[in-house]
Design a protein around this ligand. Structure first.
Ligand code: ATP
Length: 375
């Protein structure tokens, strides 16, 4: 058996699955990762992201499927033979070693010549901009600085793959943004193939070349940030990608530019995603930023209907507004109009921004995992 090859071209996960007792945490994951790609595994808590990462890392044996680096099967190799770098949310630094010695640790263990250890350690410390702190102990650093040490410790080994599990989740909002940029910058300069687990869609969209959206242990969609942002394949992905308004309506006849959807006193024309038969229950998804507001007096034309402002949240240039339609259904929108609770408004959305999905798409997950798809 050979070790994982640092110069691989593709890493393939084939029908990777993992069960815990009778529970399927991950089912039939097929994914091909190209060298240099940044892949984000995204999904709500418990969807199987960490399970997938741990299977890849060798920390968790698969219960089905296989993992290949080019034509070498690696899921049978122990974690330390795969040559992957890992960065977790709890930085797991050695508290009694300086930053420099923490970073050098893996190289020293490999018994590399001292001069090489020093050169590579100093390079990695410079990359994460910790030169001034190299002599300090982890306890003397901020959370963001400690996370940088953890990243330096992983990249100093020049791993063929870097695995990151929610590395920014313990940081405050400002540091998260800074570190996100830092991770992107490092990826651009080093081109290290990276698999990154997060439940934060914004983080995933801003960092990754491709995203894998998981739900109940099954892949829902794999695509570029733009694919997922503009063309979610089902309403679960839409929900996760920031389509905060999900209206449960019924499909009517085809219209010229879409499908008529009705219910709750609304009659809208929406863009059909997938096949929707007349009379079927649909979920119509629209993002808050795609809801257009005109103040009272605007006419109720196509896809325009009255609503009453309920809650207004100040968000700098925009207001995040929760409005109520006549039926009582709530609608979230972002607007630069200075609205106040109680205002009567007319809201609308263009056909191409209203996406109609079958309410119950045929789901592999319900069959494979025994998990009920919520109605
Ligand atoms: P989170 O974002 O909360 O970390 P996740 O998407 O990473 O969630 P996993 O940790 O992969 O989810 O867990 C997937 C499912 O498998 C969950 O339902 C979880 O309860 C279950 N699971 C994970 N690890 C174990 C374990 N060691 N034993 C039993 N069940 C487990």
């Amino acid at each position: 058996m050979t070790s994982g090859d640092p110069s691989f071209e593709t890493l393939r996960l084939q029908q990777v699955g993992r069960t815990f007792g009778r529970q399927a945490a991950l089912t039939g994951l097929d994914l091909e990762i190209r060298k240099g790609e940044f892949i984000a595994l995204l999904g709500p808590s418990g969807c199987g992201k960490s399970t997938a990462l741990n299977c890849l890392a060798g920390l968790l044996p698969l219960t089905s499927g296989s993992i290949w680096q080019d034509d070498v099967r690696i899921d049978t190799l122990p974690a330390e033979r795969r040559g992957f770098g890992m960065v977790f949310q709890n930085y797991a630094l050695f508290p009694h070693l300086s930053v420099r010695r923490n970073v050098a640790f893996g190289l020293t263990m490999r018994r590399l010549p001292k001069a090489e250890v020093t050169r590579r350690t100093e390079d990695a410390i410079r990359l994460v901009k910790l030169e001034e702190h190299a002599h300090k102990l982890p306890g003397q650093l901020s959370g963001g600085q400690q996370q940088r040490v953890a990243i330096a410790r992983a990249i100093v080994l020049e791993p063929s793959l870097v695995l990151m599990d929610e590395p920014l989740s313990n940081l405050d909002a400002k540091l998260r943004l800074e570190m996100r940029t830092e991770i992107r910058r490092l990826h651009q300069s080093l081109g290290l193939t990276t698999v990154y687990v997060t439940h934060d869609q914004e983080e995933a969209l801003s960092l990754a070349d491709r995203l894998v959206v998981l739900r109940d242990g099954t892949v829902q969609q794999i695509g570029t940030p733009q694919d997922l942002h503009t063309r979610p394949v089902n309403w679960h992905v839409a929900d996760f990608m920031g389509y905060r308004n999900l209206l449960r309506l019924r499909a009517g006849a085809r219209a010229d530019d879409g499908v008529v959807v009705e219910g709750d006193g609304l009659r809208l024309v929406a863009t059909e995603v997938g096949d929707i038969s007349e009379g079927a229950d649909v979920v119509v998804a629209v993002r808050p930023e795609d809801v257009v507001v005109s103040e009272s007096g605007g006419s109720a034309g196509l896809n325009r209907f009255p609503a009453t402002v309920d809650v207004v949240e100040y968000q700098g240039r925009e207001l995040a507004v929760e409005a109520r339609m006549a039926s009582g259904v709530r609608l979230h929108l972002l607007t630069q109009h200075r609205l106040a609770p109680g205002d009567e408004i007319v809201v609308g959305a263009p056909v191409e921004r209203l996406l109609a999905f079958a309410a119950e798409e045929p789901s592999r997950s319900s069959a494979d995992t025994g998990v009920q798809v919520p109605a």
